[in-house]
Ligand binder design. Structure first.
Ligand SMILES: Cc1cc2nc3c(=O)[nH]c(=O)nc-3n(C[C@H](O)[C@H](O)[C@H](O)COP(=O)(O)O)c2cc1C
Ligand SMILES: [Fe+2]
Ligand SMILES: [Fe+2]
Length: 405
């Protein structure tokens, strides 16, 4: 893990796994870690593409892997900053002590962020979309802006002769990387992990920018891409089209249609709502539709967000609490609104004690979500057999309605 991995002559991957239990962006759990990938492109001149944060062992891993090539930081001519988010730049000030004459390469918006975050204005080379830097020995870097995938300044770097695309956050995934870094080297089990974790990463980090993701993918159709080298996750050299198509599919869920699946998110204080949950799930299953069930607040919103992103149908089960929704569900809806979980068919059910209030609050919170609703089911206290039957039928109705879309 501490050696740089050769991608092709003169191009190397440097990577570090964050496995210290921290949350990504301070809020997304990463039980299987996440990799921070940087790249070296070596011609007569040397470019380092993207940096790391001063996080876990990332800086020392990066230094060791540079030594393994070997490249001394002082020999690096250009540091290409595709994206200024601190996971790729946090270690910048310390790195510059070892590489005082390196030129920082970014676009105009990136330069403003370098100044804003690090107060650095010297040795910044501002490039525009389409500009190139010839490193010599057939290594020619071309830059293209892909704004808002993930921040406004985000760009990609393409080495034209080898066809290696340094795509930064685009085409990335959660999940640590072992000694095998390429798509053709990892086991089926690892592929499955990255399949799941690329969706969760997408929904958590990039989903709300899906229109920009599609725009970026269209732009890339003109490129002869042989390798996709993202800043998180494995490197795609055998089948780069797979991760591009996966991202295209994820982005398409914004406008729908998504998968013929239903995500159920529920919470209950005393079990009155929970009992009816089972009837709703039976109703959904009676129509043969896959269902993903998430209980809040036990589960971090990261998972329901990922499964809701790909599901056509959503179910919310929660009681009334202080004349409003059960607060953990309100928090989930707030995140769904922020992340643009749109164009879904939705059913809500829940218990109340006297006058209710959850449904009114739910209606207000979801007014702008572009959702279609099945009639809700609410009842006082403990549910009767009739309520269970109605809940079963509404579950089945939701399942049928997403099959017919
Ligand atoms: C802290 C708290 C606040 C509540 N606030 C309301 C309320 O504002 N209006 C209402 O009709 N019921 C209210 N209830 C009653 C619950 O909605 C009712 O007990 C319901 O059956 C709980 O469903 P559960 O068993 O799924 O938790 C409240 C209950 C608790 C414990
Ligand atoms: Fe980012
Ligand atoms: Fe990132």
């Amino acid at each position: 893990m501490k050696k740089a991995v050769k991608i092709t002559d003169g191009i190397f991957r440097l990577g570090s796994n964050i496995e210290n239990g921290d949350f990504f962006e301070g809020m997304w759990p990463i039980p299987d870690g996440v990799s921070l990938n940087s790249y070296i492109v070596k011609g007569d001149k040397i470019a380092l593409i993207d940096l790391v944060d001063d996080w876990d062992n990332a800086p020392s891993d990066l230094k060791e892997q540079l030594e393994s090539i070997p490249v001394d930081p002082s020999e690096i001519d250009y540091l290409i900053l595709n994206h200024l988010e601190p996971d790729h730049t946090g270690w910048l000030e310390d790195f510059l002590k070892a590489a005082p004459s390196v030129e920082l390469v970014t676009n105009k918006k990136g330069a403003a962020l370098i100044e804003g975050f690090y107060g650095i204005t010297d040795n910044v080379k501002v490039i525009d979309s389409g500009d190139t830097i010839d490193l010599g020995q057939g290594k020619n870097l071309e830059f293209h802006n892909i704004p808002n995938v993930h921040w406004p300044e985000t760009m990609i770097t393409f080495e034209k002769n080898s066809g290696v695309l340094f795509s930064c956050d685009a085409f990335g995934s959660y999940g640590s990387i072992g000694d095998s870094v390429f798509d053709d080297e990892i086991s089926e089990e690892e592929h499955n992990l990255f399949d799941v974790e690329s969706l969760r990463y997408y929904a958590n980090i990039v989903g709300s920018f899906s229109k920009f993701v599609l725009r970026a993918i269209d732009k890339l159709s003109d490129f002869d891409i042989k390798v996709i080298a993202p800043s998180h996750g494995i490197i795609w050299r055998d089948n780069p089209g797979e991760i591009i198509e996966r991202y295209r599919k994820f982005a398409s869920y914004l406008e729908g249609p998504a998968e013929e699946e239903i995500t159920v998110i529920w919470g209950s204080m005393y079990g009155n709502t929970e009992k009816v949950l089972h009837s709703v799930i039976k109703g959904i299953r009676s129509e043969g539709v896959p269902v993903h069930v998430h209980k809040v607040p036990e589960v971090n919103v990261s998972w329901p967000l990922a499964s809701a992103w790909k599901s056509k149908g959503l179910v919310f089960g929660m009681p009334t609490y202080e004349y409003k929704m059960f607060p953990p569900i309100a928090a989930v809806l707030n995140m769904f609104s922020l992340k643009h979980v749109q164009n879904k068919t939705v059913f809500r059910f829940g218990s109340y004690g006297w006058s209710g209030g959850a449904q009114k609050d739910f209606d207000a919170a979801t007014a702008d979500m572009k959702w279609d609703f099945i009639d809700p089911v609410e009842w006082k206290g403990k549910a009767s057999e009739e309520v269970h039957q109605l809940a079963f039928e509404r579950g089945a109705e939701l399942a049928r309605s997403i099959k017919n879309q």
